[in-house]
Design a protein around this ligand. Structure first.
Ligand code: CTP
Length: 396
């Protein structure tokens, strides 16, 4: 979906420069054309060859290199960019960008570009906290630059504090979010639920299920990449929280209900991918239940059906995890919960459903039309769901 889009990745002289190689790689894998621009200091840490080998494009490393196709073309580079990213950005580079100094091609490109610029700072804690740096960062922010991070943690100096380059996933998420601003879901408010809920039995135990959250997270990320304003309401998962998405962590079905009802009130679309517990323990024992009785019976009571409770003028997409009578059962759910679309997966298939990276789903719409999709990555399934959402929104 990012085909034909161009990212200019500026790399400055930080020990974290090696992480930019991975950023370049991930962007290239996404189908983006990546032009890397390096400062002289950056080349002390990584070589242009690393980037060139990954992006398969020339790397701009010297403003006065007449052999380079970009030597006097920083303006062309700046013009071609759909987004520019400086990662890692040192305190020195931030100071130069804030002051408009253009003594290297990276800085003249930042100065010349009309594309959004994302800056991911990386430096020692003292340099980050210095009022000069803070002033420079605020200056850039107030001019519309997007600042990602820095994060907290162990620094190259051995100190622990603010200044670490944030995780690449966060930088990448921000890039996709910016690139997707004009996508086919631009400005649409989409609420996605994901993961399984946990219903407490006592202080340390719960009734749960095997949902990994992967399907819902894939939908949230795909919607973000297509320009939507995404709220992800998630049960506990082992997944990284996606950048550029508003994430709300919940544990129980009751908490998920409150969060979903609140978010759905202002939403255009609700996509309910969470595996909400159907039953919860009637009472939660105080402390920890002791291993004393020979038998222990848990009384379970029904939870509220969140999807059925959400009313209003929004598109509702539900999921159905079925093991038999798949289409009739799912159609029944679509009707009962007043859905526009239901995404059904056969949980008996090994390569799809819970915890897999792939899924094999069937769509059923209000007219009762079914569409069976082949086995595909959850990220692809996510886009196919959103294609349907785009049509449903257009038909409203
Ligand atoms: N769902 C919900 N609230 C619940 C249970 C389920 O909103 N308390 C949503 C799920 O997120 C999913 C859809 O309803 O989008 C269908 O979930 P599923 O568990 O397959 O259906 P149930 O209605 O719970 O029926 P059953 O478990 O009997 O198949």
């Amino acid at each position: 979906m990012f085909k034909g889009k161009n990212v200019v990745l500026g790399v400055t002289g930080s020990i974290a420069a090696y992480k930019a190689v991975d950023i370049a790689s991930k962007l290239t894998q996404k189908g983006l054309a990546v032009d890397v621009v390096m400062t002289k200091a950056a080349q002390q840490f990584v070589t242009p060859l690393s980037f060139r080998s990954i992006t398969h494009r020339p790397v701009v490393a010297d403003m006065f290199d007449l052999a380079s196709e970009y030597s006097v073309e920083h303006v062309a580079l700046a013009e071609r960019a759909d987004v520019m990213v400086v990662a890692p950005a040192t305190a020195n580079s931030i100071a130069k960008m804030a002051a408009g100094i253009a003594d290297e091609i990276l800085y003249s490109t930042v100065l010349a570009t009309r594309a959004p610029v994302i800056i991911a700072p990386a430096m020692d804690v003292g340099m980050w906290q210095n009022p000069v740096t803070q002033e420079n960062v605020n200056k850039l922010r107030s001019r519309g630059f997007i600042i990602v991070g820095p994060g907290y943690g162990r620094l190259a100096s051995g100190l622990v504090g603010m200044g670490r380059l944030v995780d690449n996933e966060e930088i990448l998420g921000t890039i996709y979010h910016v690139l997707g601003r004009k996508g086919d879901l631009a400005e649409k408010q989409i609420v996605v639920s994901a993961g399984g809920t946990q219903e407490p039995i006592d202080l340390v135990r719960f009734v749960g299920n095997r949902s990994s959250g992967k399907m819902g997270y894939a939908v949230a990320e795909a919607a973000r990449d297509r320009g939507a304003i995404v709220t992800l309401i998630t049960g506990p998962t082992a997944l990284l929280t996606p950048a550029g998405v508003d994430v709300m962590q919940v544990q129980t079905a009751a908490q998920m209900r409150d969060a979903v009802l609140k978010a759905a009130a202002a939403a255009d679309v609700l996509i309910m991918a969470a595996a909400v517990a159907d039953y919860r323990p009637a009472t939660v024992a105080e402390g920890k239940i002791k291993r004393e009785a020979e038998n222990l019976t848990l009384e379970l009571v029904k939870t509220i059906d969140i999807l059925a409770e959400v009313k209003g003028d929004l598109i509702k997409v539900g999921f159905a995890a079925e093991s038999d009578d798949i289409v009739p059962r799912a159609t029944e759910k679509l009707k009962k919960k007043h859905l526009d679309l239901i995404v059904v997966n056969d949980i008996t298939a090994k390569d799809s459903g819970f915890d897999a990276d792939t899924n094999r789903v069937t769509f059923i719409n209000r007219k009762g039309e079914t569409e069976q999709l082949p086995l595909m990555l959850k990220s692809e399934v996510a886009h196919r769901i959103l294609d349907k959402v785009v049509s449903l929104l257009a038909a409203k």
